[in-house]
Design a protein around this ligand. Structure first.
Ligand code: FMN
Length: 300
């Protein structure tokens, strides 16, 4: 739903800006003195720009630049978004930024006017809605199939325990479990974690560093020698369901070889996340991954 709403908004802005650029650019080329748009009086303001004696003696170069930078660019982005290609949302976002830069130049050379303010606002909106559509696209079309991991549950001494809202951490957990031939278990909570409301609810738990009640796991932890905990970062710490699991099982975990794997959005792992866990159990190894726009990179 969020993806569809923001797709429509960024698409409408891109088409509007693109069509406006064609109309304005064509009008400049039809009457290079600017009379079609009643912009003759603005030409002297261009003379502060570099190479003004060659490029800005009439509206031919500004017209061509407008058509290319804001017209053709937004047409390409719109077509790609209509075909639901990921790159379309990337370009939609980038061209929002381009429009902002274009208008910043106009802010610097022209007297303040309503049209520039409106177009700058459109640039900001295109950038923001494009970015939200891109993030939502990555979430909506994220590919993950448990059946691709065929080595899981083959070696019984290693256990991977994970929590995941959107499957990004789940994919990391499955990759590790597959490599280790380990048993894998998901932490389940009855609290609301799904959707946008779930995000805010989890944020509340994260901000207070509260544990989030999880259902008992139907396994005997004593049967494993190595336990790998895979958790997303929530508000600079481990996620609240993992906090609940560690709180409830710290006595057993103290006797095991425990590795912790963090997954986060920011490019760095907050040190406080490791510190919190080492207050109750010791950790043999820490790994960290950054998941940004649907792509996961190993950080440590
Ligand atoms: C409530 C909440 C708080 C978050 N806080 C942080 C944070 O402080 N730093 C960070 O880098 N990522 C933060 N994230 C982003 C997640 O760690 C990241 O999106 C991760 O990939 C989520 O994995 P999952 O979708 O498998 O649950 C937060 C996510 C949520 C839901």
């Amino acid at each position: 739903m969020r993806f569809k709403v923001f797709k429509v908004i960024v698409l409408v802005i891109s088409i509007f800006v693109g069509v406006g650029a064609y109309v304005g650019g064509t009008a400049m080329l039809i009457e290079p003195n600017g009379s079609f748009l009643r912009m003759e009086a603005l030409l002297p303001y261009f003379q502060v720009l570099p190479f003004a004696d060659v490029l800005f003696q009439n509206y031919i170069f500004p017209g061509i630049a407008l058509i290319i930078v804001n017209g053709i660019s937004n047409t390409i982005a719109s077509i790609l978004m209509l075909r639901n290609k990921r790159i379309g949302y990337v370009l939609g976002t980038v061209f929002g930024f381009t429009l902002m830069l274009w208008i910043i130049i106009q802010f610097m050379i022209f007297p303040m006017n309503a049209l520039d303010i409106i177009y700058f606002t459109l640039g900001v909106l295109q950038l923001l809605t494009g970015y939200i559509a891109l993030v939502s696209y990555n979430q909506a079309f994220f590919k993950f199939d448990e059946n691709d991991y065929r080595e899981i549950n083959k070696e019984s001494k290693t256990l991977v325990i994970y929590f995941s809202r959107k499957k990004f951490t789940k994919r990391i957990a499955y990759e590790i479990a597959n490599k280790e031939k380990a048993t894998i278990k998901e932490l389940i909570t009855k609290e609301r974690t799904e959707g946008d409301l779930g995000f805010w609810w989890c944020g509340r738990f994260g901000m207070h560093a509260w544990p989030m009640e999880t259902e008992p796991l139907d396994i005997n932890l004593n049967a494993y020698s190595k336990i790998i905990l895979v958790t997303p970062i929530w508000v600079f710490k481990m996620c609240s369901p993992m906090r609940d699991f560690i709180n409830k099982n710290k006595d057993i975990l103290k006797q095991k070889e425990v590795c912790v794997v963090f997954n986060h959005f920011n490019p760095w792992l907050p040190k406080g996340a490791i510190k919190e866990i080492t207050k109750s159990i010791s950790i043999k190894e820490v790994q960290s991954f950054t998941t940004m726009l649907g792509h996961t990179f190993k950080k440590r």
